[in-house]
Structure formats: structure tokens, C-alpha cells
Write a protein that binds this ligand. Structure first.
Ligand SMILES: Nc1ncnc2c1ncn2[C@@H]1O[C@H](COP(=O)(O)OP(=O)(O)OP(=O)(O)O)[C@@H](O)[C@H]1O
Length: 261
């Protein structure tokens, strides 16, 4: 039940403008749990997520799935059956309905005809139900609100039946109640569907309240990991985010501005 395991993983860019972004990372994003990747701007969250999704190669070390398979060793079709990715990139749905978009998640399983079988339709319906979006199925995707779109994109990812779901800043376009709702949904999906969910976020306060585990990438290329309470108590959150009078209160799990003394 490991989920995703980083083993001495170093991520970054090769070539003339190449650089190491984060080095010697070892951590686990467990199956059934919501792991949040946080860190200041430029710390390397997107670089790390792209590496664990197999979209860019590691500089060294390994990112592995539960059975020890290295993500970089998987061919595209096998990767799509095991790892699903939700990014903030704009989706151009054309005239697709929400159902059609969710059904795209079945692509790695389709026969060369590309037609959905009964089983694929059932899995798509279940995925929409899991993200509480069944009622949106017939609506044109481009008519949906940002929160509804995000749920449908999560359904598309679930329809892939992945063991690892990776989301890059999934709450960035959502209003405050939808952010809470979506993170809560991700935590439930991780448990109910037995998948490892790893998401990056700038929503420090929400993450500290709603995630099971936190990976905190520091600006110096190192990473602290643990439960929200452990990271807060150990001072890792404060040392990464406190600035001047702005301070992360480790009891309230919220930023506060200290009064001038
Ligand atoms: N293609 C690239 N080639 C070289 N360096 C890059 C490339 N893309 C990003 N970087 C650098 O890698 C570092 C980490 O960037 P990354 O986007 O992973 O950080 P981040 O934590 O996701 O940032 P943010 O919170 O601002 O989204 C930055 O210094 C960035 O300039």
C-alpha cells in the first residue's frame, strides 16, 4: 500500500540553462491519503510534480509506484493506466459535454475503434458520481463553473482508474467555499478509491487543515515531510513561510500579523 515513493530523487533541468531544483528527496505519498506539496514560489513544486508524472526525467534517483516500478520506465499507455494528472492548463472542450470529458479518461483502455464499451460507460458514470457531478453529465463542459469543471476533470482522472492521482494547484481558480469542498473531496476520494493523491497548493491554511500528509519543499532544494501537526510543531512551516510580522500560527493553523511591539 505504498502509493508513490521517492528514493533519493533529484529533480531539475539539464542542458545549458540546466539546474538542480531539489535534491536527494526521499518520501512516500501513501495509498488512501491526501498528500499536499507546498513551498514558496520557485521552490520546485511543478518540477517535482512533472517528474513524478513521468513528464520530465529525474536528474538522478527514482520515483516508484507501489510495486517498485519506476515511473520513467513506463510507456505512455501503461503510464496512463496507473498515473492520472490534473493540471491548471486550460481545457478546450469544443462541444463536449461533461460526460464526454470524463469519458476521455477511458482512452488508455479503449480498443483501436475508440468506442466506449459498456464497462467504460459504467466506469465513467461511477467516476462522475464519485466527484458528485452526475447531475452535470449532459451539460456542455464550457458552460460549467470553475468548481464544476474541476470536479469533472477529477472524474476524467478517476475514469483512468489510476493508483496515483497528481494535481497541480487544483484550487487556484476556485472561490473559498469551493476550495474547502474540493480538498475535502480529494481526501475522501483517496480513502474511498484507495489511491494515492498528491497535489501542489499555495493554500497553506487549508492544506494544514485538510491534508493527511505534507511535503514541504524549501527554497534551498530540500524537503520536509510529515503530518501537518508534525511539520507545524517542528518549525518547518514557520521557517519556510514566516516573513517580517507575518507569521504562521502553529496552533490556529493560520497566518497572523504580529502587532508592533
Ligand atoms: N524549463 C526550465 N528550465 C530551467 N529552469 C526552469 C525551467 N522551468 C522552471 N525552471 C526553474 O526551476 C525552479 C523551480 O520552478 P517551479 O516552477 O518548479 O517552482 P514552483 O515551486 O512550482 O513555483 P510556483 O510556486 O511559483 O509555481 C525555478 O527557479 C524556475 O525558474
Amino acid at each position: 500500500m505504498t502509493g508513490l515513493m521517492l528514493d533519493d530523487l533529484t529533480v531539475g533541468y539539464r542542458g545549458r540553462r540546466g539546474r538542480t531544483v531539489a535534491a536527494h528527496l526521499s518520501a512516500t505519498a501513501a495509498t488512501g491519503r491526501l498528500t499536499a506539496l507546498i513551498g514558496p514560489n520557485g521552490a520546485g513544486k511543478s518540477t517535482l510534480l512533472r517528474t513524478v508524472c513521468g513528464l520530465q526525467p529525474p536528474l538522478s534517483g527514482r520515483a516508484m509506484l507501489s510495486d517498485g516500478t519506476q515511473i520513467t520506465s513506463l510507456r505512455a499507455s501503461a503510464l496512463a493506466r496507473r498515473v492520472a494528472v490534473v493540471t491548471t492548463d486550460a481545457v478546450d472542450p469544443g462541444r463536449l459535454t461533461a460526460y464526454d470529458v470524463a469519458a476521455l479518461g477511458r482512452t488508455p483502455y479503449l480498443s483501436p475503434s475508440g468506442r466506449l464499451a459498456d464497462h467504460d460507460r459504467r466506469r465513467t458514470g461511477e467516476a462522475l458520481e464519485a466527484v458528485r457531478a452526475s447531475h452535470l453529465a449532459d451539460r456542455p463542459f464550457h458552460d460549467l463553473s470553475d468548481g464544476e469543471c474541476q470536479r469533472v476533470l477529477a472524474a476524467r482522472a478517476l475514469a483512468q482508474e489510476p493508483e496515483l492521482l497528481v494535481l497541480d494547484e487544483p484550487t487556484s481558480h476556485l472561490d473559498a467555499p469551493s476550495r474547502v469542498e474540493f480538498l475535502d473531496l480529494l481526501a475522501s476520494l483517496a480513502r474511498e478509491q484507495s489511491i494515492a493523491v498528491l497535489m501542489s497548493s499555495h493554500e497553506l491554511e487549508l492544506v494544514m487543515r485538510l491534508s493527511d500528509e505534507v511535503w514541504l519543499l524549501r527554497g534551498d532544494g530540500t524537503m520536509a515531510t510529515g503530518s501537518p501537526a508534525e511539520l507545524a510543531a517542528g518549525g518547518a512551516v514557520s521557517s519556510a513561510f514566516d516573513r517580517g510580522r507575518l507569521r504562521f500560527d502553529t496552533e490556529q493553523f493560520a497566518f497572523v500579523i504580529d502587532e508592533d511591539s
